[in-house]
Design a protein around this ligand. Structure first.
Ligand code: SF4
Length: 408
């Protein structure tokens, strides 16, 4: 084997126990699941229903909502009912911090309506209270037959456990660096909590773990450790990934490395939205990450060249964008109407250098004329030249051909 053979495809998926979250399996042999989270006030049912629906329509297979106070917990059953009425059956996850035990106990309708409870072991309570409050949430999960995610976050790490591990390390002559102790505390916080949940009677098929940090290398290290130490299904996510391209690149870099190693059963890309920005962007990024790595297919791929000095026109870029947008907008309908459409490859190229070659590799591709070339655009279908388009209407004619190909 050459070195390249080892990296030409992901390593086998790490074996994990599958968890059924409201009909969507996370882990086991199931495909890696895309999930997202709302940023509306859950007590505002109108806004929350609208955002959950938008995220689900964009492709989020699980949606998490904040449940932080009585008004929010009281709104959850209404939100669930209203979503079902408009045909959105996406599983809902309640995100609890500090008072989850109380909210779940006081609002049985909320406990019933949610499909999973997220527990943060770092803030479920302190000292003697911790075990009581944690146990209370696990008892509710048992009573309502719901899975939980034990979600450690280094920003709200169990300080008592961290201090204990730091003291222990010092007593042993400090064999571990401060970063290593921190990573160990993050892993142990998740593992010990999961173990406690099992002792209380929750099955392994009801527990998902996550251990989020905000630095790429730390995330890779923490999850690599965690993956070796348990077989719980793992939820991947880089916390506080940041805004715009930085957040996208950091999430893709860290999760890409882990996914390549077979680690990760569900992903959430956390992007700080631009003011007024579209929340479903993080769903799109998760989908694209899984698709470019070859794990799943969500939307047809449009390959477009970047353009260069050989083309002075932006026609091909506009056409590529136009087609990508058109496909994305129509996917909810096309997915039902044309099974397999997400596997389609379209190429839109700028000149003769790579245009015909790349177009031949696509299901359908067009090579537009570069500067000084004859004004003709050959279209290739299934690797063979089908037609040469000419004149001012090339873009629309090619779009029609793409639709025709999809329909056929
Ligand atoms: Fe430039 Fe042509 Fe390559 Fe596009 S295909 S980047 S226009 S050389």
């Amino acid at each position: 084997k050459s070195a390249g053979d080892y990296f030409s495809k992901p390593f086998p998926r790490r074996k994990s126990v599958g968890v059924n979250v409201g009909g969507v399996t996370v882990g086991g042999d199931a495909p890696i699941v895309v999930q997202s989270m709302t940023n509306t006030d859950t007590a505002d049912a109108d806004s929350t229903v609208a955002q959950v629906a938008a995220l689900a329509r964009a492709g989020s297979e699980l949606v998490r909502i904040t449940v932080d106070r009585d008004e929010a917990a009281a709104a959850v059953p209404r939100i669930k009912e209203r979503l079902e009425r408009i045909g959105i059956n996406v599983p809902l996850i309640g995100d609890f911090h500090y008072n989850g035990h109380k909210l779940l106990t006081d609002h049985p309708g909320c406990a019933e309506a949610l499909d999973k409870y997220r527990i943060n072991p770092g803030n479920v309570g302190f000292k003697a209270k911790r075990d009581k409050q944690f146990s209370q949430i696990i008892e509710m999960a048992l009573e309502y037959d719901k899975p939980v995610r034990i979600g450690v976050n280094w920003g709200s790490l169990d300080q008592e456990l961290l201090t204990h591990l730091m003291d222990e390390n010092q007593e042993n002559g400090s064999p571990l660096t401060a970063e290593q102790v921190m990573r160990e505390a993050i892993c142990q916080s998740g593992l010990l909590s999961a173990q406690r949940a099992e002792e209380l009677g929750l099955g392994r098929d009801k527990i998902i773990l996550s251990a989020k940090v905000s630095q790429v290398q730390d995330l890779i290290a923490v999850y690599t450790d965690l993956a070796q130490r348990c077989d719980y299904a793992l939820h991947l996510g880089l916390t506080e990934a940041g805004m715009g391209t930085k957040g996208i690149v950091a999430s893709a870099a860290s999760m890409g490395v882990l996914l390549q190693q077979g680690i990760g059963d569900t992903v959430r890309v956390s992007l700080t939205p631009e003011p007024g920005g579209d929340r479903s962007r993080e769903v799109q990024v998760s989908q694209e990450l899984l698709q470019v790595m070859g794990f799943r297919s969500f939307v047809p791929v449009v390959a477009a060249c970047p353009g260069c000095g050989r083309t002075t026109s932006t026609v091909f870029q506009e056409l590529a964008q136009d087609i990508q947008g058109h496909i994305r907008d129509n996917m909810p309908i096309w997915r039902e109407k044309y099974p397999g459409v997400e596997g389609l490859n379209v190429a839109v190229m700028g000149c003769i250098v790579n245009g015909p070659g790349e177009s031949k590799h696509a299901d359908i591709g067009i090579s537009l004329p570069g500067t000084g070339e004859e004004p003709a655009a050959p279209v290739f279908i299934d690797g063979k030249k089908a037609v040469t388009l000419r004149g001012p209407n090339i873009a629309n004619e090619f779009k029609d051909m793409v639709l025709d190909y999809i329909e056929k």
